[in-house]
Write a protein that binds this ligand. Structure first.
Ligand code: KG4
Ligand code: ZN
Length: 340
């Protein structure tokens, strides 16, 4: 193997079609993202059938764009990494089948990559010195996990959500407050203008499982406040409600992470997934880590959401670990992060 290992990453697990070329897991040579968010917004959420069709239409030019931007041909690549799990099955299948065709035609190794592992890897692109082991919070639209990243391809989940994911709770609370889909970013903006102490919201615990989350009670509390006010003809101050909701999410997440850091002894905390874009959560975790002398890492905003550079990064480490697949690779809608 040469000193320069170039991996093409392909991502199509939800509503972004993306491709990127990454060198040695750390250097982004190109990155192209085609988002469908405007189209799904009309329906208040991602419509899986529409997502699959758009991936079919977009994947060729997105991959070609990434190769052109990198100034490379397929012969220059060392492998083709693709998100194969978890995600919307019809959406995943487009990327997986495209990658299989490309691997067959070019004779390059096919590298199946787990979407949540890739979110963790978005941090490797931004922080050249970051190496496992570390504790990681993955908070996305579909998942909320506290994970020990033992090595680049070894993970140990110590907590997960029992109901809604953090991003899902943001999006549902936002929808109730009248914000467009996906509403996390709108709550983030509104929260900056509001009073976090204005509404008393619950911080639910899961009995007997200190690191598991339950966000649905918090979400329901927001829905009840908005509906009760509506029935009485009163207007809600959405800035205050956003600030109160975000403060509750930050309390819940930070409290569990600080306890997990104390118990596991990790000296580094990493935030990943779409919700890592939340300014309140980033500031809160940064402050709480500083108090404990723990190093805090989070991705720059362009790498928080779904992208393929993170797939190219994680794909590199999967490749080094020998995790390649044959042309019988299938997409998988649900798959744990810590099982091969
Ligand atoms: O990781 P991601 O892009 O897609 C999945 O793999 O699910 O995460 C999307 C989630 C959405 O729920 C979105 O509302 C949330 O990330 N999100 C945010 C912010 N930006 C995106 N949540 C809170 N604050 C934000 N600034
Ligand atoms: Zn994601």
């Amino acid at each position: 193997m040469s000193d320069s290992v170039k991996i093409l990453g392909i991502e199509s697990s939800c509503d972004e079609t993306a491709a990127a070329v990454v060198e040695n897991g750390r250097k982004v040579l190109s990155s192209v993202i085609s988002t469908q968010v405007e189209e799904h917004r009309k329906y208040g959420g991602v419509v899986p059938e529409i997502a699959s069709r758009r991936h079919c239409e977009n994947i060729c030019w997105v991959v070609e764009g990434a190769m052109q931007e990198a100034g490379l041909t397929f012969a220059d690549l060392d492998g083709i990494a693709v998100t194969y799990a978890p995600g919307l099955i019809g959406a995943l299948l487009v990327g997986v089948n495209y990658a299989k065709g490309l691997a067959f035609a070019s004779g390059k190794p096919l590298i199946p990559t787990h979407h949540l592992r890739s979110h963790v890897a978005s941090n490797y692109l931004a922080h050249p010195d970051l190496e496992p082991p570390f504790l990681c919070m993955i908070a996305s639209g579909g998942h909320s996990h506290i994970v020990e990243v033992l090595d680049y391809t070894r993970f140990h989940v110590i907590g997960r959500t029992r109901d809604d994911a953090a991003g899902e709770a943001f999006d549902k609370a936002a929808r109730t407050m009248g914000f467009p889909y996906p509403g996390g970013q709108f709550i983030d903006k509104a929260a900056k203008l509001g009073n976090p102490g204005a509404f008393q919201l619950p911080r639910p615990h899961v009995a007997g499982s200190p690191y598991d989350f339950s966000f649905s009670g918090l979400k329901t509390a927001v829905i009840n406040i908005v509906h009760n006010a509506g029935q009485k003809g009163r207007r809600i101050n959405v800035n205050d409600l956003s600030a109160s909701f975000q403060a509750a999410v930050c309390d819940i997440i930070s409290e569990k992470l600080m306890a997990a850091l104390a118990e596991t002894g990790h000296q580094k905390l990493v935030l990943a997934g779409g919700v890592s874009a939340n300014s309140g959560l980033r500031a809160r975790l940064e402050g709480d880590c500083e108090k404990r002398g723990v190093q805090f890492f989070c991705p720059p905003l362009p790498l928080c959401g779904d992208n393929a550079a993170m797939v190219g990064s994680q794909g590199y480490y999967e490749f080094l670990a020998g995790n390649t697949a044959g042309l019988d690779l299938n997409a998988v809608a649900s798959k744990k992060i810590d099982i091969e």
